[in-house]
Write a protein that binds this ligand. Structure first.
Ligand code: GDP
Length: 534
């Protein structure tokens, strides 16, 4: 990442061992399976299958979650921590469906690296590409895992070429597959000259690893049939000639990705990938903020909210704000300044997302994700510090692309509906606008499926059946200007004015022509498609 930090002192060991990352992939590439194997090898679960089983137990709690199950999409994202060797991994889960991209994008502001999972038969798919572009905006280091090598997959060079071409990133093989489909034997570990053999009999067993002294080692012939061995030698020789060698700096800057080949379901290649995350991770990075950037080694604690999740437990109307710690050593009970409101907050019951379950966090370090239960004070983009007026920047907000008006089918429930909508707005699940004239609300989202998700959540979490209807408006713009200019603008355009959940003025229209006219007629008012999330 391209932040300047000359002469940085060494990170405290506890921070240096942290690796905070997300997995990006197209649905079905194997993200869930890989996550499960991470947890298995991280000692967080005892056997494979628990992630899904736990997910299902949770899903049965509400029909909303049933919808998630029916459609095979994961709506709620969370964070998981586990240890692997000397490392502490913080895996931040990204919701996979393209309709929830806004949430996903923000999640990627909280990590220092991403693991890109692709299906060996399908290569780079649409959602992978989209997510990759977001990582690229931040120059995030990317580690690639080419999954499902136990099935018929594409030619290795072809896969690598496709990544290089479609994503404009150098690809350096960290391992090389031996055989395809039924004949897939395992990989040659190009970084450590080892032979890794896949065990098809036991899916949870880690591959046998054989030390090899270069590709001419006679030991190879004991494990690899002659035809495959010849092919392996040829391909590796070609790869070494044609493909870039692994360059740590280039990986750190997001220009090169190492690729491992494996089969998540067979636990194959996963440990090598985990070693790779440890080695190329990287450790917690500086965070851009105003008026200065934050370095992880600073002794004072700071962090920022990248996600808010309401109603995690339907019995309690609490929300959990997910905070990425940007610096320092956090201890439970600490008082932190909530910079936006300038109010101190005692963080007495923070939650650490140890994979087994939610657990109270006694302490946490820069790089960790903690959950802070609250009643709505904490919003996406908020910064917490030990007193300094710092505001973390670069948390993206997206212009709503689809607008609909929403009404409670029972008019008596209008007030409750307002409360529910405001809560979703604060959670970042939708933009909510209250028109200056008339009743009802207008909801703005980035993807159409979000309307359905909102309707089910409002009904299930608040008991309010709602109807979404087409709105007369199709675009929303935030209006900024000094009080006088804004008043004049608002008073002459009342039918188009609404207010968002912060009370900020929004101009609604269906015509670009209107927007151009406002910009011409009211030079002191600026209209913007997005609003900074702070
Ligand atoms: P996600 O949608 O990316 O989370 O994908 P899942 O982890 O749910 O995997 C999608 C499907 O691919 C499931 O049926 C998995 O069992 C299967 N799968 C995952 N990894 C592998 C693999 O290495 N080999 C094979 N053959 N199937 C796999």
């Amino acid at each position: 990442m391209a932040l300047d930090a000359p002469n940085r002192p060494a990170l405290p060991a506890e921070i240096a061992r942290r690796r905070t990352f997300a997995i990006i992939s197209h649905p079905d590439a194997g993200k869930t399976t890989l996550t499960e194997k991470f947890l298995l090898f991280g000692g967080a679960i005892q056997m494979a299958g628990q992630v899904r089983a736990k997910g299902e137990a949770r899903r049965t709690r509400s029909d909303f979650m049933a919808m998630e199950k029916d459609r095979g999409i994961s709506v709620s994202a969370s964070a998981m921590s586990f240890d692997f060797k000397e490392f502490r991994f913080n895996l931040v889960d990204t919701p996979g469906h393209s309709d929830f991209s806004e949430d996903t994008y923000r999640t990627l502001t909280a990590v220092d690296a991403a693991v890109m999972v692709i299906d060996g038969a399908k290569g780079v798919e649409s959602q992978t590409q989209k997510l990759f572009e977001v990582c690229r905006l931040r120059d995030l280091p990317i580690l690639t895992f080419c999954n499902k090598m136990d099935r018929e997959s594409r030619d290795t060079f072809e896969i690598i070429d496709e990544i290089q071409e479609m994503l404009a990133i150098d690809v350096s093989p960290a391992s090389w597959p031996i055989g395809v489909g039924r004949d897939f034997l395992g990989c040659y570990d190009m970084l450590n000259d080892r032979l890794e053999l896949m065990d098809r009999a036991d899916r949870n067993r880690v591959a046998e690893s054989i030390e090899i002294n270069g590709l001419d080692d006679p030991k190879l012939a004991e494990h690899v049939p002659a035809n495959l061995l010849e092919q392996l030698r040829e391909e590796v020789e070609m790869a070494r000639e044609l493909l870039p060698t692994l360059d740590v700096q280039s990986v750190a800057e997001g220009h090169m990705t190492p690729i491992w080949f494996g089969s998540a379901i067979n636990s194959f290649g996963v440990k090598e990938l985990m070693n790779g995350i440890g080695t190329y991770g990287p450790e917690p990075q500086p965070q851009s903020a105003q008026p200065r950037q934050i370095l992880p080694e600073e002794p004072k604690v700071s962090g920022f909210v990248f996600k808010v999740q309401a109603n995690m437990d339907p019995k309690h109307r609490d929300r959990v704000a997910f905070v990425r710690l940007a610096s320092g050593h956090f201890k439970r009970g600490m008082k932190l300044l909530h910079v936006r409101s300038k109010k101190p907050m005692a963080i007495s019951n923070p939650v650490l997302f140890l994979a087994a379950d939610r657990e109270l966090a006694e302490e946490a370090w820069a790089g960790d994700i903690i959950g802070i239960p609250n009643h709505g004070q904490l919003r996406i983009g908020d910064t917490l510090t030990e007193g300094e007026d710092l505001r973390v920047t670069n948390i993206p907000s997206f212009a709503p692309e689809l607008l609909k008006s929403v009404r409670a089918t029972d008019p008596m429930k209008a007030k409750h509906l307002e409360k529910a909508l405001m809560q979703f707005a604060e959670e970042g699940a939708a933009k909510v606008f209250k028109p200056a004239i008339g009743s009802g609300f207008i909801v703005g989202v980035v993807g159409a499926l979000q309307f359905e998700v909102l309707a089910s959540r409002i009904e299930l979490e608040y008991g309010i059946p709602v109807r979404f209807e087409n709105s007369q408006f199709t675009s929303a713009r935030w209006a900024k200007g000094d009080d006088q200019a804004l008043d004049k603008f608002v008073n002459s355009n009342k039918q188009h004015i609404a207010y968002d959940h912060d009370g900020d003025t929004v101009y609604l229209t269906r015509l670009q022509w209107d927007i151009d006219r406002i910009e011409r007629d009211y030079p002191d008012v600026t209209l913007t498609a997005t609003k900074e999330m702070m």
